[in-house]
Design a protein around this ligand. Structure first.
Ligand code: NAP
Length: 250
């Protein structure tokens, strides 16, 4: 029997889960999905799963060596810039092939009213004078950027209930996980008198409903642009990632 190839799949996205399912049962391949551990109930995944940070580039280098990893696919979220940079640096150091699976950003359509900003801080700074009731969908880690805007009321949607109250003066919290449809997103915005949406340009279908709903309702979207991707091999679909892996198994 030939050598079993060990693939580390950096996950936390729908694409990573899809890839793990697509690779399940592949002869000669062991897949280990790595999750940061941010969500309390991650989706069920086939294969091995490990949870928690590696400890920076040095920790990841040690992990890759200890676990005798042969290939790395970074299928983390387009905004997980630290993990992507760490994966690139660690794989360069130990000379491992690494693929970045990077889903395409949402394209702007003619009737979209997007205000592109480079960061959550800039998104927050764009709100005064634009909207006083805001739908905030950036995720927990970016909420602190909105703390100084005490006059603004926020509808905040998160997957898990945070351990602490949010650092906002006026808000309502809803807990929900996608996929979300345009119709229900538009209803949610109407019910709460929303005047603007704050979103990352995450791409993908699961959370596109809010973007389509804002377009229908002619609402402005403060759109946080993506961070840069480390250089190296990159694909934008699960199918292409499967092909890349198949070539290395051949
Ligand atoms: P990040 O800022 O790039 O990473 C921060 C630290 O979290 C990393 O340095 C690493 O810790 C750890 N980490 C991140 N992803 C990991 C993974 N897949 N396995 C093991 N450790 C990981 O990442 P983030 O934006 O906080 O995202 C965390 C996770 O949530 C990722 O898996 C990402 O795919 C997912 N996610 C993020 C977003 C978003 O908007 N950022 C949205 C949806 C899902 P060490 O340095 O200790 O190794």
């Amino acid at each position: 029997m030939g050598k079993v190839i060990r693939l580390l799949l950096l996950g936390g996205t729908g694409e990573a889960a899809e890839l793990a399912r697509g690779l399940s049962g592949t002869p000669g391949l062991t897949v280990i999905t790595s999750l940061a551990g941010r969500t309390r109930k991650p989706h069920e995944l086939p294969g091995e799963v490990r949870v928690g940070g590696f400890g920076g580039v040095a920790g990841l280098v040690t992990y890759l060596q200890d676990q005798a990893i042969d290939l790395v696919v970074d299928a983390t979220h387009p905004f997980a810039a630290t993990m992507a940079a760490n994966a690139a640096a660690a794989c360069d150091e130990v000379r491992l092939p690494r693929l970045k699976l990077h889903r395409p950003p949402w394209p702007r359509q003619d009737s979209d009213r997007w205000i592109d900003v480079p960061s959550a801080d800039e998104a927050a700074a764009a709100l005064p004078g634009l909207a006083s009731r805001v739908f905030l969908t950036t995720g927990r880690q970016d909420i602190a950027a909105f703390t100084p805007y005490a006059e603004t009321w926020f509808l905040v949607r998160l997957i898990d209930r945070p351990a602490e109250p949010l650092p906002l003066q006026q808000y309502e919290l809803i807990l929900a996980r996608g996929p979300f449809q345009a119709k229900s997103e538009a209803d949610l915005m109407s019910d709460h008198g929303i005047e603007a949406l704050v979103s990352k340009n995450s791409g993908g279908n699961s959370t596109y409903g809010k973007i389509a709903a804002a377009r229908l309702k002619k609402l402005p979207v403060i759109m946080i642009e993506r961070p840069a991707v480390p250089s190296g091999e990159i694909v934008d679909s699960v199918e292409e990632a499967l092909e890349w892996i198949a070539k290395r198994l051949a």
